[in-house]
Write a protein that binds this ligand. Sequence first.
Ligand code: NI
Length: 173
Amino acid sequence: MPLLKIVHYPEPVLLTVGRPVSDEMFANGLAKTVDDMFETMYAAGGVGLAAPQVGLSQRFFVMDVPDEDGKPNKLAFFNPEILRVEGEQTGDEGCLSFPGLYQTVRRDMRVIVKAQDVQGTDIELDLDGLAARCVLHETDHCDGIVFLDRMTVLKREMAKRKIKRLQKTGKWE
Ligand code: NI
């Protein structure tokens, strides 16, 4: 199965609010799209991948933040909505649409997120740590927000300079 093409910043689709996933789309079936997205995400070595990153301006994403014992934890979220947040965490973050860029980003430590699963059934999850960070990062993608927007001004300027350097050396297209 061919992998999907991951688009890189500053592709306009990454900066556009995604359309809600409609009842018709659920009825037509989204399992294959989800499979393709997982495969693309694993091949690229990521823990999350949102529809806009593969050129689809829609509100959904897949993620797999393994358990402490390394057991996979495959989840797909459609029309995600952050209901509650608590605490905070600071750590390095990367994004498959920003190849080679890692930067410190402050995020909420815990999230309660409401969404629909691949069948369109309502789900609600309570996640913390890296899983919470991932949900926040990917839900941002659904809103046309990239992690650059979540950095401090100083870190964002550093990141933009690094992106320019990577673009010049052809490591970013
Ligand atoms: Ni990302």
